[in-house]
Ligand binder design. Structure first.
Ligand code: C2O
Ligand code: CU
Length: 541
């Protein structure tokens, strides 16, 4: 095992996309940011120096941070932000992770440009459970906003109670690609040799949209998701939510030619505004010039085709392997049902309104719209500072809650409420989508853990019937799960990682409106089952 040292300087740098030059936040001046590479069992030490004018924190999405929530990153949950001119050292111990994960800022909307791939190779001497690829290519799906200063988007949305701004382009490895103005020559290119296999490490770093992704004429073989192996399956397109990563094998077995790699939105929310453009890269067979042969576009399902999304995600199954047996908890200690919803709130003098019906947009989990405290929850918990959070998060929502009806908004309250879990308790969490205002797919991400997705369906979860259909044999293990529009997803995990862990929607506009909540997992009985001591350089608020 090796220790890798990195320095990440947060700084503004001017970039030009769509004929528009503006300063964006970057790590070391790079957009997308640097790719981290390590082997399973290695450790990383990343010194983050904030040379920008904004507060910042970084999160290592998919890294479990076992017993070390101090390095997890979400602002006001596990740490106070690193202020301009200050620095903080993150430590990541890759004990269980393997595959493609990623890192991104976890403060305000900084992650729009502050993100990068994080590749964890199998332990030295062991190999992938798939044919060895000739080459590996990270593909980061991102976005570009022409006019907006991204750092002001959530502030503005909060001030008005209206919608955050919508992006002008999606990007692949920072480039909008061929179909956008001023973007053709810089289109990202993947050059392949006919007959060879390539491993694409695809990350959806987009703020607000789930994406369909495909490569013209090529079948893709999905081998992993969120840095966890899946039983291989073949598909013509992917549906990848913000927060998810997918490892996909590409066999360059078509006629030597040029082909488009393309992605565009899957947006299930009826009536919501979204970026309708298509980003492309070019898959170039070696020796074929672009002038000789213009690439063709792949088929992508229509924007609102929920069946296409469901058909794709229903194929996920865990791959049994020696280093990660499938260990689904069977006896459940704690059962939770979280109703996740986009709704409206009344306005007050300090909270004006620009949303529909003269109200302001809000999001909630069991009708609680999360508010960041002024000191991080982890420190408050660890040091017994009172008044920062409450432990009375409603574990089961009101019985009259009609999850899929078009009924009027429920009274949603602001709050910083948590659920406390006993160490090693087994948890079943039902994530129930609702349709109080606009129903949508919600990619729900849990920090500090992976969970088994044992079931999912449309409509209201039925406590009696639905558990009979659970997959307890080979359910996929994930860290970000797409809860279907007007449907539910059941996940299970064992609370064996003590700490303070955020659960939230990875659609940033929903998180901005309050679709966040927190688990506190208590310490275990032994020294090796307790949270480690806080580091000396922990930023203060
Ligand atoms: Cu990828 Cu809480 O984040
Ligand atoms: Cu959401």
């Amino acid at each position: 095992a090796k220790i890798h040292h990195h320095t990440f300087k947060i700084k503004s740098k001017a970039y030009t996309r769509l004929c528009n030059t503006k300063k964006i936040l970057t790590v070391n001046g790079e957009f997308p940011g640097p790719t981290l590479k390590a082997y399973r069992g290695d450790k990383l030490v990343v010194n983050v120096i904030n040379n920008a004018n904004y507060n910042i924190t970084l999160h290592w999405h998919g890294a479990r941070q076992v017993r070390n929530p101090w390095s997890d990153g979400p602002e006001y949950v596990t740490q106070c932000p690193i202020r301009p001119g200050e620095s903080y050292v993150y430590k990541i111990d890759l004990t269980v992770e393997e595959g493609t994960i990623w890192w991104h800022a976890h403060s305000q909307w900084a992650r729009a440009t502050v993100h990068g791939a994080f590749i964890v190779y199998p332990k030295l001497g062991s190999s992938y459970p798939c044919p060895k690829p000739h080459r590996e290519i990270p593909l980061i799906l991102g976005e570009w906003w022409k006019k907006e200063n991204i750092m002001h988007i959530p502030e503005k949305a909060n001030k008005t109670g209206g919608e955050p701004a919508i992006s002008n382009a999606y990007t692949i490895n920072g480039q909008p690609g061929y179909l956008y103005p001023c973007s053709k020559p810089e289109t990202f290119k993947i050059t392949v040799v006919r007959g060879r296999r390539y491993l694409l490490r695809i990350i959806n770093a987009v703020m607000d949209e789930e994406l369909f992704f495909a490569i013209a004429n090529h079948t893709l073989t999905v081998v992993a998701k969120d840095g966890l192996y899946l039983k291989h399956f073949k598909t013509n397109y992917l549906m990848i939510t913000p927060g998810q990563s997918m490892d996909v094998l590409l066999h360059a077995n078509q006629r030597s030619n040029n082909y488009f790699v393309a992605a565009r939105a899957y947006s299930s929310a009826v009536g919501a505004g979204f970026d309708k453009t298509t980003t492309t890269a070019i898959l170039k067979y070696k020796g074929v010039s672009l002038n000789r042969s213009k690439p063709v576009l792949p088929y992508l399902p229509p924007y609102n085709r929920t069946e296409a999304s469901t058909r794709f995600t229903n194929q996920f199954r865990s791959l049994r392997s020696d280093h990660r047996p499938v260990n689904v908890p069977v006896k459940i200690d704690t059962r939770l049902l979280y109703a996740i919803s986009v709704n409206l709130m009344n306005c007050s003098d300090d909270k004006p309104c620009k949303g529909p019906f003269g109200k302001r947009f809000s999001s909630s989990i069991n009708n609680i719209s999360f508010v960041n405290p002024s000191v991080d929850i982890l420190r408050a918990y660890y040091r017994h500072i009172g008044g920062v959070f409450q432990e009375d998060f409603p574990r089961n929502p009101p019985t009259k809650f009609n999850y899929t009806g078009e009924n009027l908004p429920f009274p949603t309250r602001f709050g910083t409420k948590v659920v406390v879990l006993d160490y090693n308790s087994s948890v079943e969490l039902i994530l129930q989508g609702t349709n109080v205002l606009a129903s949508d797919n919600h990619p729900i991400h849990l920090h500090g853990y992976s969970f088994y997705v044992v079931g999912s369906g449309f409509g209201n979860f039925d406590r009696r019937k639905d558990p009979l259909k659970y997959n307890l044999v080979d359910p996929p293990e994930e860290t970000t799960v797409g809860v279907p529009r007007n449907g539910w997803t059941a996940v299970r995990f064992v609370a064996n990682n003590p700490g303070v862990w955020l659960l939230h929607c990875h659609i940033e506009r929903h998180a901005t409106w309050g679709m966040n909540t927190v688990f506190i997992v208590k310490d275990g009985p032994t020294k090796s089952s307790r949270i480690v001591k806080p580091p000396p350089d922990l930023p203060s608020c």
